[in-house]
Design a protein around this ligand. Structure first.
Ligand code: PLP
Length: 382
């Protein structure tokens, strides 16, 4: 490894430590590694932390979104409005149920859909909306939920990035019809791979537990725990979308650290804001009026005033040993969605073209931040 490579500042690092390793080892030693008591404990703790009555752990946020769409009854022929400006899994989930994704534009300050951008692409076939709390920035859910009720469409929240974010005075997830969460290592709370659906609806929770486990009416864990043989029945076509107890053991430790992880990120983000104040044309993501982001993704929008293009900026950062990334992708620009002909999405196209993600993680130092912003400052003044 060269000295340059050794000094490279990563864009993201999972905050994993010895406690997570020990918890995983405990799960292995217990002899029960599939979905079992640790998954149940993680579900209860996570749901409580986001103010939801029920948590159903699954294998990823992608599978969580799939099951959420099944739960609300989205079917072939239906349209589901999603932001194009999102990781592609949001749109893909709509296709898993045979429905048609319809792309909505976003607000430039938050990167999130609004009542107006949803209304602009709504049709009589709109059956549901997936609202994304993009990069951890909370969408204005109180207005969005009211509008969805008025329109008679189901509002699913893609909260993949939003563990620990706040909206309208409570945690993201509180009051959600169905919220889908990710525990991929790029997110703040990780189990390696993993996801969760939270909801206040007890009937949906029962159905979601069944759907994630082949449509079985009794979980494998409950069957094994029973002294009497229980004959299971398969009530509908389900999936194998389960989380393992090894993952849940890690998740329980991570959940205990979440508050500190978010607090540290918010401190580092505030310092980025101070440093970037004298860099012309570099607009960093901030808290919206209606909530607080966990700063899972610290993105910066470059304007003409900055004077250097985004890709050139990424190259300069890479040459300086900084792993920055392009900003949030736009699904409608990918080959997989070439057959969708969306309404104009000017804000989405601007954000995806002109934004980049700066490193933010628990091991980022003040020296790192000085170096990163110093590199940007040098470019802007060139
Ligand atoms: C990461 C992400 C997903 C996918 O999460 P997985 O757990 O990797 O399936 C979905 N939506 C958004 C907005 C994401 O950022």
């Amino acid at each position: 490894m060269t000295i340059e490579a050794a000094r490279r500042i990563p864009v993201m690092l999972p905050a994993l430590g010895e406690e997570e390793a020990l918890a995983a080892a405990d799960a292995v030693r217990s002899g029960w590694v599939a979905q079992g008591p640790r998954v149940a404990a993680f579900e209860a703790a996570f749901a409580a932390s986001v103010g939801a009555a029920h948590g159903v752990a699954v294998s990823s946020c992608t599978t969580a979104l799939h099951l959420a769409l099944v739960a609300v009854g989205v079917a072939p022929g239906d349209e589901v409005i999603v932001p194009s400006l999102s990781f592609i899994a949001t749109a893909n989930a709509v296709r898993y149920v045979g429905a048609r994704p319809v792309f909505a534009d976003v607000d430039v300050a938050t990167g999130n859909v609004t009542v107006a951008t949803l209304d602009a692409v709504r049709t009589p076939r709109t059956r549901a909306v997936i609202v994304v709390h993009q990069g951890g920035v909370p969408a204005e859910v109180s207005a969005l939920r009211t509008a969805a009720d008025r329109w008679g469409v189901s509002l699913i929240e893609d909260a993949a990035c939003a563990a620990g974010s706040m909206v309208n005075g409570g945690p993201v997830g509180a009051g959600a019809l169905l919220a889908a969460w990710s525990f991929h290592p790029r997110k703040l709370l990780t189990t390696g791979e993993g996801g969760m659906i939270t909801t206040d609806d007890a009937d949906w929770a029962v159905r979601l537990r069944r759907l994630r486990e082949h449509g079985m009416n009794v979980s494998a864990a409950d069957r094994h725990a029973s002294a009497q043989p229980i004959l299971e029945a398969y009530l509908e076509t389900g999936y194998n979308y389960r989380m393992t107890d090894i993952q849940a053991a890690i998740g329980l430790v991570q959940l205990g650290k979440l508050r500190d992880i978010v607090a540290q990120r918010r401190r580092l983000a505030a310092r980025y804001h101070e440093l970037l104040a004298d860099v012309p044309g570099a607009l960093a993501v901030r808290d919206p009026a209606h909530g607080r982001t966990n700063f899972q993704t610290f993105w910066v929008l470059l304007t003409d005033e900055f004077g250097v293009g985004r890709d050139e900026t990424l190259a300069a950062l890479a040459a300086a040993g900084v792993s920055a990334r392009r900003g949030i992708m736009a699904s409608h620009l990918e080959p997989a969605y070439a057959d969708v002909n969306p309404a104009p999405l000017p804000v989405t196209e601007r954000i995806t073209r002109d934004s980049l993600v700066l490193p933010l993680h628990h091991a980022l130092t003040e020296d790192d931040q000085d170096h990163i912003v110093g590199t940007l400052r040098g470019l802007a003044r060139r």
